[in-house]
Ligand binder design. Structure first.
Ligand SMILES: [Zn+2]
Ligand SMILES: [Zn+2]
Length: 105
């Protein structure tokens, strides 16, 4: 997926357009250009959907967190901390971490 810097629209494939470049002898020469299907801008970049909230983010940003956006990762960490605090005592948490439980966080 791509996002357009101009109109912020998300699209799957850029529109292919033939840009006329003049004549070479008798033949018209075109260069293939790619642009936003919505506004025609060529200022667009790869984007990816966050596995958590479904919003679209810069592909590099999403790659940093394995498919999630930063806000979702923070939220997930918070929820996990709450769950752990509700479920285990501090001593139990220390034990689990130290002993490297198979399903430990
Ligand atoms: Zn656009
Ligand atoms: Zn998210």
């Amino acid at each position: 997926m791509y996002i357009c810097s101009e109109c912020r629209r998300i699209f799957e494939e850029a529109t292919e357009v033939k840009d006329f470049r003049g004549y070479y002898g008798e033949t018209a020469a075109y260069e293939l250009m790619y642009e936003c299907p919505c506004c025609g801008s060529n200022d667009y970049y790869p984007t990816e959907e966050c596995a958590g909230c479904g919003e679209y983010f810069d592909q590099d940003e999403i790659a940093l967190y394995d498919g999630f956006c930063e806000a979702c990762v923070r939220e997930l960490e918070g929820r996990l901390e709450d769950l752990v605090a509700e479920t285990f005592t501090l001593k139990e948490v220390r034990y689990i971490k130290k002993n490297n439980f198979r399903y430990a966080f």
